[in-house]
Write a protein that binds this ligand. Structure first.
Ligand SMILES: *Cc1c(COP(=O)(O)O)cnc(C)c1O
Length: 448
């Protein structure tokens, strides 16, 4: 048995947690010790719904028998060997499975260990694709405002969430930023007009600069960390068309949206997009282990394929890339997608959540409720009509999530938006109970 109070003291003394002000942590510490299904248990035995799928990664719940078994079986063979110049069995089998479920033009899998790394690799690939083809001018990227692609310096250079990224500006390379068609925070009520405005800004940028642009990077159908902002239907396709017209690579970031989260295996399927490069991570192992992949068309790969002395190799790799335990978990995860028909079930569950969220949208302090599949954001606003936000200092979304914790559910805020991302395996009754906690906690937090 672990001594709970002892671990608590150690956590305050030695840890520095990601995206966390440690002064907040000290006041409201939390240490998870166990998980079962869609619930987590802390060191004092209190249970919580995993309302954020352990930061958007969990699919089938915790301690899923099939994935547990797959990892244990792999452990009896080997835990890890390198992917530099060699491969292993599960990484190879997983590559085939990923290609089978990816858009039909994608053909090659380059592994890494996190979403941000998959993005770094995509950026280097896109740049070097042009370089290897004799074009040294294409060195820049286009991205959308409020885009999020991870926290490493390359990934933040194509990111545009001011709260997270602005301070690091002096470290970044420059990217062209185009306004995302944000229908809530826009003076126009007409989504078509908002979309046209964004597309014309994109067209103008490409018109002027396409000769120096290697690729455009975007999240798939919905922006996640930027606040759960959904693209109006048709926008994604128009962006793809513009990339083709201007001869730049389309990099689609499926790190948050991949593996059933939006009701499709990949969110590109909503508009039959064919990315040149696609990044996946989060849900790939069902939330078990850190595996990511950058998946490309054969045309992109061919630009790197030549005699070694031509120096067209992609000079990139990480120590734990292609880890066997992670790939074994991922294979078991994909088996479960088939066996339990996960993607189809998301649509039904999403409609249950949509219905349950209706009273939340009417609550005082709630400005907008956005949802695609089982990806939901509840944006708090002081004034429903004027959309005036709560003062920054009040940290209303943060305090709402603390109330939710007290009421038995864990999640995180993104600025003024409370995130709800339940594991895909959550039952309908659990989904309703979780939304009930959201409703109750908003009411308790926003009293006056
Ligand atoms: C989480 C996320 C990333 C970064 O993935 P990590 O594994 O946290 O590095 C990149 N892109 C999107 C869209 C994400 O949601």
């Amino acid at each position: 048995m672990t001594d709970a109070n002892k671990v608590m003291e150690l956590s305050k003394e030695y840890l520095w947690l990601p995206f966390t002000q440690m002064k907040d942590y000290e006041k409201d510490p939390l240490i998870i010790e166990e998980g079962e299904g869609i619930k987590l248990k802390d060191i004092y035995g209190k249970e919580y719904y995993d309302g954020y799928s352990s930061l958007w990664v969990n699919v089938h719940g915790h301690r899923k028998q099939e994935i547990d078994d797959a990892v244990k079986e792999q452990l009896d063979r080997i835990a890890h060997s390198t992917l530099l110049g060699a491969t292993n069995v599960p990484a190879t089998l997983l590559a085939e499975r990923l290609i089978q479920i990816s858009p039909p033009n994608l053909q090659r899998v380059f592994y890494s260990d996190s979403g941000a790394e998959a993005i770094e690799i995509a950026l280097k690939m896109a740049f070097q694709y042009w370089y290897n083809n004799g074009n040294e001018k294409k060195t820049k990227f286009v991205t959308f405002s409020d885009g999020y692609h991870g926290d490493t310096v390359g990934a933040i250079s194509v990111g545009a969430v001011d709260l997270f990224h602005k301070i690091y500006n002096p470290l970044m390379f420059n990217s062209f930023k185009v306004p995302f068609p944000d229908t809530y925070r826009h003076p126009s009520d007409d989504p078509q007009e908002v979309m046209r405005e964004s597309l014309s800004a994109l067209k103008e940028t490409l018109d002027k600069h396409h000769e120096e642009i290697a690729g455009l990077i975007m999240e798939s159908k919905i922006q996640g960390a930027g606040g759960m902002k959904i693209m109006t239907d048709g926008f994604f396709k128009e962006v793809e068309n513009l990339c083709r017209t201007y001869g730049i690579l389309l990099i689609v970031d499926e790190v948050a949206t991949g593996f059933g989260r939006t009701g499709k295996m990949f969110a590109v399927e909503h508009e039959e997009i064919r990315p040149d490069i696609m990044t996946v991570a989060k849900g790939i192992t069902g939330g078990y282990l850190p595996i990511a992949a950058t998946i490309t068309s054969e045309e992109v790969h061919q630009a790197f394929y030549d005699d070694y002395t031509k120096l067209k190799t992609l000079f990139h790799g990480h120590s734990y890339t292609g880890n066997q335990l992670g790939c074994a978990a991922a294979l078991a995860n994909l088996d479960l997608f088939e066996k339990e028909n996960i993607v189809a079930s998301v649509e039904q569950k999403a409609s249950v959540v949509q219905e349950a969220l209706k009273p939340v949208a009417e609550q005082a302090g709630v400005g907008d409720v956005r949802q695609l599949g089982l990806m939901c954001g509840i944006e708090l606003s002081k004034d429903k009509i004027t959309k005036e936000p709560f003062p920054f200092e009040e940290r209303m979304a943060y305090h709402t999530t603390l109330t939710m914790r007290k009421n038995g559910m864990l999640t995180r805020p993104l600025g003024d938006t409370v995130i709800f991302m339940p594991p895909l395996a959550a039952e309908e009754s659990d989904l309703k109970a979780m939304v009930g906690i959201i409703e109750k906690s908003i009411e308790e937090t926003i009293t006056d």
